[in-house]
Design a protein around this ligand. Structure first.
Ligand SMILES: [Zn+2]
Length: 209
């Protein structure tokens, strides 16, 4: 049973804090994002696919993974993609004190050094959001327009691809995961999405750093 929404509903975008970014006003581009890496067995596949389609993307990295796999992180940056902070330990903000949450982000920042942030699970308390922007006024918090469901082991890669394509439109911010858990679906869905965008001459861009 699918317990998440593929397409972020408009009402949810409206009630969450002003300043969070859910989609981009660009008629000819889509924004693919990859969370939870870097991962030595999945991220290289993603990089090769993106290169094949001349696509740029954004990787919201877990600080602990960057510390473990610095060479994979370097390869992401060297390929011209942008990177963002996804906390050091993939913390769920709803279950974490604000002080701990902010410290964990700062720890990740030592490795990632980016002004882009995405809260793991999309879960951040309003107080945490406000403290984050007080501490880092020039940071941007990127949510998403489409959740691919590549982490959902109850669906096939083809279903994951269909999920994305049914919701995809120019300006969409799409979430994939360069993780072991998502790999099986990602390997089917990512090439399909890249081809679909190329066929429509939609540019695939990185979120501005
Ligand atoms: Zn995540």
């Amino acid at each position: 049973m699918q317990t998440y929404k593929v397409k972020t509903p408009r009402w949810l975008k409206r009630i969450l804090p002003h300043g969070m970014v859910w989609e981009i006003a660009d008629r000819n581009a889509v924004y693919l994002t990859f969370d939870d890496g870097p991962n030595p067995s999945v991220t290289p596949f993603v990089l090769a696919q993106l290169e094949q389609y001349n696509a740029k993307a954004t990787f919201f990295c877990v600080g602990n993974n960057v510390a473990r796999y610095p060479e994979v992180f370097k390869a992401v940056k060297a390929a011209g993609h942008t990177t963002g902070n996804h906390t050091y330990n993939h913390l769920n903000g709803w279950h974490t004190s604000s002080a701990h949450y902010l410290r964990n982000i700062a720890q990740a920042d030592k490795h990632i050094e980016s002004r882009l942030f995405r809260p793991p699970y999309g879960r951040i308390k309003l107080t945490q959001y406000r403290k984050l922007l007080r501490r880092y006024p020039d940071w941007k918090v990127y949510m998403w327009d489409i959740l691919s469901g590549d982490f959902d082991t109850s669906i096939t890669g083809q279903q994951c691809l269909t999920n994305v394509l049914e919701a995809l439109e120019p300006g969409s911010i799409v979430v994939f995961h360069d993780s072991d858990k998502a790999r099986e679906r990602l390997e089917v869905a990512l090439p399909g999405v890249l081809k679909y965008c190329r066929d429509r001459a939609w540019e695939m861009k990185a979120l501005p750093a």
